[in-house]
Design a binder for this molecule. Structure first.
Ligand SMILES: [Zn+2]
Length: 374
């Protein structure tokens, strides 16, 4: 990271976002990539998608693809399109949120009622808590093991049930600013990239006195040879159809009874329709703010700007109002889950404050390079 943090001149993402790159005009690669979308021939991409689907569509009534599914607007939009627009027979697979909440459960139930088969996997909570606490302390991220689980379980089920096709939502690195390894990495999912960028290391390394190899089974990815031999392929839907989280929201809203955060907006941001099924999410995004100096409102408004749903001026106002809000709503439940006292919690948070980003003045933490007013 450079010593001075700059913010993209088109969206509001800072240069402290891991792996983001700015051009000489101060525009981030997520914005540049989103401009590229206008040059893509989406008819050709749809044709490409249809070829893949035709190859896999089952004629004998069995499931022909797996959608790793949270119940949120993006994976639900894909599931709905697969079934009702592409005439596939998808099986939805969910790795349970860490602390599921009511709205998430209701939204999952609503899509299942719209005509879907579903497998819900809930991992051993004794081990999941140990890992959540360990990674919150070590990496300031309680969701590392969860991230591994959501990647692993759908693929393990695909192997076991001999379903050769998986569809993921979007390629995060190209959509939101990051490192794009190749054109192919935006199309089909490369798990090495996921381990490196999302999880950080191989979960086989997580064995410890209180965690055995057997305990880690939900987090350990099948080996590549096994997947190749079985002919399993995983793709990103965002490569084939133009991606917008807001369009996905409008789509699910129209198709079935998908509901937003009953409190109107989610803590730390202006919107109430994205990433709303896990009580841990407020803490997760707060820790991004602590570690990288930007929270959920910067993330969300940047995506809105990139998809032409918001002006930068409005984004700046919203971010000054909401970015970095403390996760107070589920705070007590989170402390209980992590088995931490308030004092422990605050000292872990402060340990993850990067001193290139934060300074302490009058006993208050302040960003050294805050988002400009305009
Ligand atoms: Zn940008």
């Amino acid at each position: 990271m450079d010593n001075i943090i700059i913010y993209c001149k088109s969206c509001v993402t800072p240069s402290s976002r891991p792996r983001i790159v700015f051009n000489k005009n101060g525009i981030c690669n997520a914005c540049l990539n989103s401009n590229q979308k206008d040059n893509i021939n989406w008819e050709d991409r749809l044709h490409e998608l249809n070829i893949i689907l035709d190859e896999h569509r089952a004629n004998n009534g069995s499931w022909d693809c797996i959608i790793p599914w949270s119940g949120g607007k993006d994976s639900s939009a894909i599931a709905y399109k697969m079934k009702y627009e592409h005439q596939m027979n998808p099986l939805l697979v969910t790795f349970s949120p860490m602390l599921p909440n009511k709205i998430g459960n209701e939204n999952r139930e609503a899509l299942i009622n719209a005509g879907f088969d579903h497998i819900y996997f809930r991992p051993n909570q004794k081990v999941h808590r140990i890992l959540a606490k360990r990674f919150f302390i070590e990496r300031g991220n309680p969701k590392v093991a969860w991230d591994a689980g959501i990647n692993v379980i759908p693929v393990k089920i695909a192997l076991k049930m001999n379903i050769k096709l998986l569809f993921y939502a979007e390629h995060g690195e190209s959509e939101y600013g990051g490192k794009v390894l190749s054109e192919e990495s935006m199309r089909s999912r490369d798990f090495t990239e996921v381990i490196e960028h999302q999880i950080g290391d191989d979960p086989r390394n997580w064995e410890a006195d209180n965690v055995s190899l057997r305990d880690l089974n939900p987090y350990i990815y099948p080996n590549n040879k096994e997947l190749n031999d079985a002919g399993i392929k995983a793709y990103y839907y965002s490569y084939f159809r133009k991606w917008s989280m807001f369009e996905n929201f409008k789509y699910v809203k129209k198709k079935y009874n998908f509901n937003e955060n009953p409190r109107g907006r989610t803590l730390g941001t202006f919107q109430g329709f994205d990433s709303l099924d896990d009580k841990f999410d407020d803490l997760y995004y707060y820790m991004q703010y602590i570690k990288f100096g930007f929270g959920r409102c910067i993330r969300d408004t940047s995506r809105f700007i990139q998809n032409n749903h918001m002006e930068r001026k409005e984004a700046l106002e919203l971010c000054h109002k909401y970015d970095g809000e403390f996760p107070e709503y589920y705070f007590d439940e989170i402390l209980k889950y992590l088995d931490l006292s308030k004092d422990d919690f605050y000292s872990i948070v402060d340990k993850h404050r990067n001193d290139e980003i934060w300074k302490k003045t009058n006993e208050e933490w302040e960003l050294k390079y805050p988002l400009p007013k305009k």
